[in-house]
Write a protein that binds this ligand. Structure first.
Ligand code: BF8
Ligand code: SF4
Length: 629
C-alpha cells in the first residue's frame, strides 16, 4: 500500500476531490495502481517475452535465455522497438485521419471544414516542391493533401519532411540507413523484425527503432500538426485558464478528451450555435461550457483559448465533480475506468470513433462527411442530460490558474523578430551572450507512480531557475499551466536573472506551451530554426538543448523520446525505464547511441537530478554562452 501514505497529486484541486473519492469509496487509477502492487519486476525491466507460445519467458537467475535462446538484451530491445512502433502508429494514424479530412476539404466534399491558414498552406506547398503560380488555393490544397496522404503508404525514397531537418542531420540518417521511407512501412517492419526468430541484434533492432520513430516525429506527427494548423489555424498567443475550477455550476459542462481536433473543432462550433444555446436555456442552464482533458484540451486551448479542465490524471476527477453532463472521447489516453465511474454520477461517457469503443459507454459515431450534424447530436445529448445532474453531488474545486499559450514555432519566430523580420536571431544571440543558458523540451504524461505533476513542476522550476527556457507540450504543459508557470509574471518569481530579463522584454512566459503531443514536431522545427539561424552549430546535436518526460506512461512517449534522440537530443525519462533488465540495451541507449546519433537517453526518476544532468549536457555543448563569452 505504498501510495496510501504518500501524496497522490501536487494539484490542490485533485487533492480536494481525492478526499471525496476516499470518503465515497470511489475507485480511481491510483487505487487500481495500488491493487497492482507489487508490479511485475520482469515486465518493468523489459525482460519478459510473450511473443510466441513456447513462452512466456522471463530472464532471471534461473534462466539466462528464453526457450528460443533469446537473451535479455534481445527481449528488451524487441519490447522497446514494439513500444516505438505502437507510439508511431498512434500519432501517425491520427495524422492520417487529418490528411484524409484535409483532402476531402480540398475536394469540397465535406461541409464544416475549411482552409483557415493560407499562408501556412503556401509554406507547406513550397516545402513539398509544389508549384504555386496562380493556382487557386483549393488546387494547392489538393496537391498538398495528396502528397502528404501518400507519405503513409510510401514504399521507397525518403519522407518529404526529412528535408526540413538540418543538412548535417539528414546526412547522419542517410549514412546509418535510417531515413524513413514510408510511415506505415517502418511500423510494419518493426512488427516483422520483432516477430519470433527474426532480428536478434540489438543495434540492428534499434536502428529500425530510430527509423520508425523518425517516421513519427518528422512524418505522422508533423503531418498532423501542419495540416491541423492549415485547417484550424496556426496557434497564436492567447490567454486562458486551467484546472477543474473552469467547470461551471450553472451551465452544461462538456468535457472533450482524447486527441483529434477533427471532432473537437466541430463540437466547438456546435456548442456555440444559437439552437444549442437556446436548448440549454430551455433545460435551465445558463449556457454551454466546453472544456477539455489531455491533448484535445491542448488543441482547443491553442486555437480557441478554451479553458482546460486538466491533464491525464484529471480525467476521472472531472467526473467526480458531479458537474459534467458529457465526457466526449475519441482516441488515445482514455481510461476504461471512466465507464464504471461515470455510472456513479449522471455523466454520459460518449465514444465517437469507430477505432475506440468502450463497453458501457454511449457510442455516437463521428462522421466527418456530416461532421456538424454529429457534433450537434453529441452536444444535444449533453444538454438534455443537464436536468439529471444532482445538485447535492456537485463539488467543483474553486481552483483555476491563468495562462498564456499558443507558442507555435511560427509565433516564436514573429515574437522574437517582429512581424516583418521574423527570426530566431534574438534567441540565438541571447543564448550566445549567455542570458539564456539553453533550451529544454519538457513533455509527456502523468503516471500514478509519481505524485501527479510534481516531477514536471520540480524539473521545470529547476531548469528556468538556471536560465534554461522550457518548451512544453502535452500533459506536462498542462501541469505547468495549472501551477501558474505559463504566465510572463512567473518569470520574475521562478526564472534566473538572464531568462527573466528576456521574458520581461519580449513579454513571454519562461515556459512556452507549444501544443499537444503530435506538436512535439513543433519542437523539432524550432530546434531546426535555431540551427539554421546560425552561431550555435550545424546540427541539433550541437545545440545547448535537452529533452525530458519526467512522468511518462504512454508508448507514444517512447516513440517521441526515440525521435528526439535520433534527432540529436539528449533525452531524460523519469518514472521507470523499460529496458533496465538488459545491460546491453543500457549501454546502447545511455551511452553508445550518442556516437552514431549525437543524442542519447538517460533514466533519472529524481526530477531535480534529471534537470541537473540536462543542464550539465547543455553546458557541455559548444553553442552555449559559457564557451563563447
Ligand atoms: O498524447 S502527454 S498522457 S494525453 S500520451 Fe496522453 Fe501522455 Fe497526456 Fe496526449 Ni501525450
Ligand atoms: Fe520465449 Fe523466444 Fe517465444 Fe519470446 S520468442 S516467448 S523468448 S521462446
Amino acid at each position: 500500500m505504498e501510495k496510501a501514505t504518500t501524496k497522490r497529486s501536487a494539484d490542490p484541486a485533485a487533492c480536494e476531490l481525492l478526499t471525496r473519492c476516499s470518503e465515497e469509496k470511489l475507485v480511481l487509477s491510483w487505487d487500481r495502481y495500488e491493487a497492482q502492487q507489487p508490479s511485475c519486476g520482469f515486465g518493468a525491466q523489459g525482460i519478459c517475452c510473450r511473443l510466441c507460445a513456447m513462452g512466456p519467458c522471463r530472464i532471471g537467475k534461473k534462466a539466462q535465455a528464453g526457450v528460443c535462446g533469446a537473451t535479455a538484451d534481445t527481449i528488451a530491445a524487441r519490447n522497446f522497438a514494439r513500444m516505438i512502433a505502437a507510439g508511431t502508429a498512434a500519432h501517425s494514424d491520427h495524422g492520417r485521419s487529418v490528411a484524409e479530412v484535409f483532402l476531402l476539404t480540398a475536394e469540397g466534399k465535406i461541409p464544416g471544414y475549411e482552409i483557415k491558414d493560407e499562408q501556412k498552406l503556401y509554406q507547406l506547398a513550397l516545402d513539398l516542391e509544389i508549384e504555386i503560380g496562380k493556382k487557386p488555393v483549393k488546387e494547392i490544397a489538393l496537391e498538398v493533401g495528396k502528397k502528404l496522404l501518400a507519405e503513409f503508404g510510401r514504399q521507397e525514397g525518403e519522407l518529404r519532411f526529412i528535408k526540413r531537418a538540418p543538412l548535417k542531420r539528414q546526412e547522419i540518417w542517410r549514412k546509418l540507413g535510417i531515413t524513413p521511407r514510408g510511415i506505415d512501412r517502418e511500423v510494419v517492419e518493426i512488427m516483422h523484425r520483432t516477430n519470433m526468430g527474426v532480428d536478434q541484434d540489438i543495434d540492428n533492432l534499434m536502428l529500425q527503432g530510430s527509423r520508425c520513430a523518425l517516421a513519427d516525429g518528422w512524418g505522422g506527427s508533423m503531418i498532423a500538426t501542419e495540416l491541423q494548423d492549415v485547417m484550424f489555424g496556426t496557434p497564436v498567443p492567447r490567454t486562458s485558464a486551467a484546472n477543474l475550477g473552469v467547470l461551471r455550476e450553472d451551465e452544461v459542462n462538456i468535457v472533450i478528451h482524447g486527441h483529434e481536433p477533427l471532432l473537437s473543432e466541430m463540437i466547438v462550433a456546435a456548442s456555440r450555435s444559437q439552437e444549442m444555446r437556446e436548448l440549454a436555456r430551455k433545460v435551465g442552464a445558463r449556457g454551454i461550457n466546453l472544456t477539455g482533458i489531455c491533448c484535445t484540451a491542448n488543441e482547443m486551448l491553442m486555437r480557441h483559448g478554451i479553458p482546460i479542465a486538466g491533464n491525464f490524471l484529471h480525467q476521472e476527477l472531472a467526473i467526480v465533480t458531479g458537474a459534467v453532463e458529457a465526457m466526449i472521447v475519441d482516441v488515445q489516453c482514455i481510461m476504461q475506468g471512466l465507464a464504471e465511474l461515470s455510472q456513479c454520477f449522471h455523466t454520459k461517457l460518449i465514444t465517437t470513433s469507430s477505432k475506440a469503443k468502450i463497453t458501457g459507454a454511449l457510442h455516437l459515431e463521428f462522421d466527418e462527411h456530416d461532421a456538424l450534424k454529429t457534433a450537434r447530436k453529441i452536444v444535444q445529448t449533453a444538454v438534455e442530460n443537464f436536468p439529471n445532474r444532482r445538485k447535492a453531488r456537485v463539488c467543483i474545486p474553486d481552483k483555476t490558474c491563468g495562462m498564456v499559450v499558443g507558442f507555435s514555432h511560427e509565433t516564436i519566430n514573429y515574437l522574437l523578430g517582429g512581424m516583418f523580420r521574423a527570426s530566431y536571431k534574438p534567441l540565438n544571440d541571447n543564448i550566445i551572450n549567455g542570458r539564456i543558458r539553453g533550451i529544454a523540451g519538457v513533455v509527456g504524461c502523468n503516471n500514478p507512480r509519481v505524485e501527479q505533476d510534481s516531477a514536471h513542476l520540480a524539473m521545470v522550476r529547476e531548469l528556468i531557475k538556471n536560465d534554461v527556457i522550457v518548451l512544453s507540450t502535452g500533459c506536462g504543459a498542462l501541469a505547468c499551466g495549472k501551477a501558474g508557470l505559463l504566465t510572463p509574471e512567473s518569470a520574475r518569481e521562478f526564472a534566473g536573472p538572464g531568462l527573466a530579463e528576456i521574458c520581461e522584454t519580449v513579454g513571454i512566459p519562461p515556459v512556452l506551451h507549444m501544443g499537444s503531443c503530435v506538436d512535439n514536431s513543433r519542437i523539432l522545427m524550432a530546434a531546426t530554426a535555431v540551427v539554421k539561424q546560425g552561431g550555435l552549430g550545424d546540427d541539433i546535436s550541437d545545440l545547448p538543448a535537452a529533452g525530458a518526460a519526467p512522468e511518462w506512461m504512454s508508448e507514444k512517449a517512447i516513440s517521441i523520446g526515440q525521435y528526439f534522440v535520433a534527432s540529436g537530443v539528449f533525452t531524460v525519462f523519469g518514472v521507470t525505464f523499460p529496458i533496465t533488465g538488459s545491460q546491453g540495451m543500457k549501454d546502447l541507449l545511455f551511452e553508445r547511441m550518442e556516437k552514431s546519433l549525437g543524442g542519447k537517453w538517460a533514466f533519472e526518476p529524481d526530477p531535480i537530478k534529471a534537470a541537473q544532468i540536462m543542464i550539465e549536457h547543455i553546458d557541455k555543448n559548444p553553442g552555449n554562452g559559457c564557451f563563447t563569452t
